[in-house]
Each structure stands twice: as structure tokens, then as C-alpha cells.
Design a protein around this ligand. Structure first.
Ligand code: MG
Length: 224
């Protein structure tokens, strides 16, 4: 097994990726566009690190879905083990920030939601998590008002600001770490703004967060 590692802007340091904890419905307009209410508590699911690819690599479209969606998200890198975090230890656990795509099989997700079954297989497939390089918090500490955007084939699809997040990173870390220990190398994908849409093989995606990073990928068929 090859350990997947986070790389940083302006640093040679590498950090191995642990679990990836994802937050659902963390922007009100995205919850609304999928017909969901804004949750009272963060909705949590997990992607394994085996799903990760990096900017410049390709997303392989599963052949058992016909509705692959992009979701651009702020990603938090945890730099130290943290359990039952308070405001100070939650902030202190943030080592850096990056940009990620939470690639989602929306047709499967809707089927699972209708049946009350877990979303896992709508969110977990090889290449389902696309990551940028990260910036260390000591180099740039997000003010949580940066622009977040995504383009498909050069056309803007998602455009929002991090200040539209329902739960901010400290609140999310406090919530998660009360339920499972967060460890150095774990990532938190903090949810996507409105504008998610279907992509198909041949499409290219560019995405970014102001001052934090950018990534690009393209969608390919399984047998390419
Ligand atoms: Mg998401």
C-alpha cells in the first residue's frame, strides 16, 4: 500500500493522510438546491484515504452511476491528535488548509436517501476525493471569508464565500472530536456551496479558494 501524503506550498514537509471526515449540507443554499433542510448538527460521513487523488490526476467515472457531481470544499488538515476539543484546542489542531472535491454519485445517493440506507457507496469510490496542495496555517490563516469557486470546461458553476458555511471549522472540530478522536493527518471536508452539477467523461474541472489553493482534474472512462 502506498501512503498518500499531503504536500504544502512553500515547504518540503509531507504528512500522511489518515481518515477523511466529511460534512454534509454546510451551506444553506446547497441544502436547499437538493431539497434538504439546514441541519441543526453537522451531518458527518467518511471517505477512506484510498479514494484520494491529487490535482492533475483524473477522476475515473464509475460505470454503475449516471450522475457524477462535483462538490468543491474547504479542506482542513489536522496537525495533532485531538479529543473532546474546546474552542482553543480545536483552533490549535488546525495545521493547514486546502481545496478538495467531494465527488458524489448523486443518483445512488438519492436512492440510498429514499430507502434510509447509508450514503457510503455514493461517496466512496476510487478517485472520489481530489486534493490540492495545502497551505500551512502559520503561513496563511483563513479569515473564513475567502471566495470559493469551481468551473467545468471553463464555465463557472459554483461561486460562494467561506462565510456562508453554517458550521465553521472550530465548531466542526468540536463536534467531530467529541465523537471520534481526530489524529494528525486526518482531513475534514467542510461541505460545498450551491451549484453542484453533473460531469461526464471528457469534462475538465478547475476549482479554488482565494489565498488557499487551486486544483484541476478531468473525468475519464474506466477503461482509458
Ligand atoms: Mg460534500
Amino acid at each position: 500500500m502506498r501512503m498518500k501524503e499531503i504536500s504544502f506550498r512553500n515547504s518540503e514537509e509531507k504528512i500522511g493522510i489518515g481518515k477523511i471526515v466529511c460534512v454534509g449540507r454546510n451551506y444553506a443554499k446547497h441544502a436547499a438546491e437538493l431539497g434538504n433542510e439546514v441541519p441543526k448538527f453537522p451531518i458527518i460521513f467518511i471517505k477512506p484515504s484510498s479514494t484520494v487523488i491529487f490535482s492533475g490526476e483524473s477522476v475515473v467515472h464509475p460505470d454503475y452511476s449516471d450522475d457524477l457531481h462535483h462538490e468543491v470544499e474547504l479542506v482542513i488538515l489536522i496537525g495533532k491528535d485531538v479529543k473532546d476539543a474546546d474552542n482553543i484546542s480545536a483552533e490549535d489542531a488546525i495545521y493547514g488548509y486546502g481545496v478538495g472535491l467531494d465527488m458524489t454519485l448523486r443518483d445512488l445517493q438519492n436512492q440510498f436517501k429514499d430507502k434510509g440506507e447509508p450514503w457510503t457507496l455514493a461517496k466512496v469510490f476510487d478517485t472520489a476525493a481530489v486534493l490540492s496542495n495545502f497551505v500551512k496555517k502559520e503561513e496563511y490563516n483563513s479569515e473564513l471569508n475567502e471566495k470559493i469557486w469551481l468551473k467545468v470546461n471553463g464555465e463557472i458553476k459554483q461561486s460562494s464565500s467561506l462565510n456562508n458555511m453554517v458550521f465553521n471549522p472550530v465548531e466542526i472540530i468540536k463536534f467531530i472530536s467529541k465523537r471520534m478522536t481526530l489524529e494528525k493527518g486526518d482531513l475534514i471536508m467542510t461541505g460545498t456551496p450551491e451549484g453542484v452539477s453533473r460531469v461526464v467523461p471528457g469534462d475538465s474541472i478547475e476549482a479554488g479558494i482565494e489565498n488557499i489553493g487551486e486544483l484541476k482534474t478531468n473525468i475519464i472512462h474506466k477503461n482509458n
